[in-house]
Design a binder for this molecule. Structure first.
Ligand code: SF4
Ligand code: SF4
Length: 383
C-alpha cells in the first residue's frame, strides 16, 4: 500500500501572502519539496482548467496557489510547465482563452513558468491497468521528470466528487476523453479507468485547492463554498478519501475510492489515514450539497445487479436544457460523447434514449444552461 500521509494546512484567503505562507507550511509538514524535485528537472503542474472561467468562480485551480508553488519550485532550480487538457478540443485556440481567463497567463508572465503549447499525444502500454491496457496521454506529461497535480475540490454531476484522481483525467488529450465516456458509460468502469490513469501517471505529489471549493451542481455550475484549507499527499487516493470525509460524502458512494480500496491502494476507512497538520478533533466534516446525480446509483435497499440496472434506467436523472439561458454556442453538442444532441433553431435538443448520462454537457456549459433533473418516481424514492 502506498503512503497514506495527508497534510492539511489552513489557508483562509487567496491573498498571495496567505497562500505563500500556507504552501511553505505544507511543504515543511511533507518533509520538504526537495524530496520530490531535483535541480534542473522539468516539473509539470497539472492544474484543473475545466473551462474559461475567472478564478473567483471556483471552477479552476486558483492562480495564487499555482504562483506560490511555481515560485517554490524555481527556488530549487527546476523548470515548470503548467498544463491541462480540459473539456473540449486540445488545441491552441481553445487553450489560449482558458489560460487567459483562469489567470494562468498572468502567473506565467509573473513567474517565468511555461504554459503548455504541445498538443501531441502518445500511446503507451499499460499492462497493470484493469480497464486500460493501453493508454494515450498528452505527450507533455510523459516528457516531464516530475508531475505535481493541483486539483480543485468540487462536487461532480457524474462522479459526485472530483479531486485528485479525477484531475488526472485531464492528462488524456482532448476529445479522447469523450470516447472513454462513451465506452465506459457505467460509473463503476469509468471510475476504474480513472484509477488506471492515476496509477499510470503517478504524480509525485498531489495538492488540493480547498480554500474556496464548489458544492451543488459541480463541477462548473455549482456554488463556491469556503473550506479554508489546502491539502496534499503523495497518494492521490488517500487525498481523495480525506477530502470526501471533509465534505461529508460517504466514500462508499465514490467509485474511484471503492476501486482504490479494492486494489489495496488505500485503507477502507479514514481512521487509518495519517492526517497531519491539523488536529484530529478539528478535522470535522463540513457537509456539502451534492448533485442530484448522486442518488441515482444508490437505492435504499441493495438489489441483484440486473434489478439494480433496471431501476437505474428508470430512475436515473437526465440533462435538461434551459433554453432561456442558452446562447447557442453548441459546445455541448460538439462534445457530447453519444452525439445525441442536435442544435435546433440554435438551441440544443437531446435524444435521451441515446444519452449515456455522462453530464459532459452540464460540465462544459459556461452559461449554466444545462440542469440535471429527476423524474417524479425518482424524487419520491430519493427525497
Ligand atoms: S446549453 Fe450551454 S453549451 Fe449548449 S449551446 Fe447552450 S450555452 Fe452552449
Ligand atoms: S446529452 Fe449530455 S449527458 Fe447525455 S450523453 Fe450527451 S453530453 Fe452526456
Amino acid at each position: 500500500m502506498k503512503e497514506n500521509k495527508v497534510v492539511f494546512v489552513p489557508c483562509e484567503t487567496y491573498q498571495q501572502e496567505d497562500v505563500n505562507y500556507a504552501i511553505q507550511e505544507m511543504f515543511k509538514e511533507l518533509g520538504g519539496l526537495q524530496q520530490y524535485i531535483q535541480p534542473g528537472q522539468k516539473v509539470l503542474l497539472k492544474v484543473n482548467l475545466l473551462m474559461k472561467k475567472p478564478p473567483e468562480a471556483a471552477v479552476t485551480t486558483h492562480p495564487a496557489l499555482v504562483e506560490a508553488i511555481v515560485n517554490q519550485i524555481h527556488t530549487l532550480g527546476a523548470q515548470v510547465i503548467i498544463a491541462d487538457s480540459p473539456g473540449g478540443p486540445f488545441t491552441k485556440p481553445w487553450l489560449k482563452g482558458i489560460y487567459h481567463e483562469t489567470g494562468m497567463e498572468d502567473v506565467a508572465v509573473r513567474t517565468g513558468a511555461q504554459l503548455n503549447w504541445n498538443f501531441e499525444q502518445e500511446d503507451f502500454s499499460n499492462p497493470e491497468g484493469e480497464i486500460l491496457k493501453h493508454i494515450t496521454l498528452a505527450r507533455v506529461v510523459k516528457e516531464a521528470d516530475v508531475v505535481i497535480s493541483l486539483a480543485k475540490l468540487k462536487t461532480h454531476g457524474f462522479t459526485i466528487y472530483t479531486g485528485a484522481v479525477k484531475n488526472l483525467f485531464g492528462t488524456i488529450p482532448g476529445l479522447l476523453k469523450a470516447e472513454y465516456h462513451l465506452r465506459l458509460s457505467d460509473i463503476r468502469d469509468f471510475s476504474n479507468m480513472l484509477v488506471d490513469v492515476a496509477q499510470f501517471v503517478k504524480p509525485q505529489l498531489n495538492i488540493m485547492d480547498a480554500v474556496i471549493a464548489m458544492e451543488g451542481a459541480g463541477p462548473s455550475a455549482g456554488d463556491p463554498k469556503k473550506v479554508g484549507l489546502l491539502a496534499a499527499s503523495a497518494n492521490p487516493h488517500a487525498l481523495d478519501l480525506a477530502c470526501c470525509y471533509l465534505i461529508g460524502i460517504d466514500p462508499k458512494r465514490i467509485f474511484t475510492l471503492q476501486k482504490a480500496i479494492d486494489r489495496g491502494l488505500i485503507p477502507d476507512n479514514i481512521q487509518e489515514l495519517n492526517i497531519k497538520g491539523i488536529d484530529r478533533e478539528d478535522f470535522k466534516p463540513i457537509p456539502f450539497k451534492v448533485p442530484v446525480t448522486s442518488h441515482s446509483r444508490h437505492l435504499p435497499i441493495p438489489l441483484p445487479t440486473r434489478l439494480d440496472n433496471f431501476f437505474y434506467k428508470i430512475l436515473r436523472p437526465y440533462p435538461y436544457f434551459v433554453h432561456d439561458k442558452c446562447v447557442g454556442c453548441s459546445i455541448c453538442a460538439r462534445n457530447c460523447p453519444a452525439k445525441c444532441i442536435e442544435m435546433v433553431d440554435n438551441r440544443p435538443q437531446a435524444d435521451l434514449s441515446r444519452c449515456i448520462r455522462c453530464f459532459c454537457c452540464q460540465e462544459l456549459c459556461s452559461y449554466q444552461a444545462v440542469e440535471i433533473k429527476r423524474g417524479k418516481l425518482s424524487k419520491l424514492i430519493f427525497k
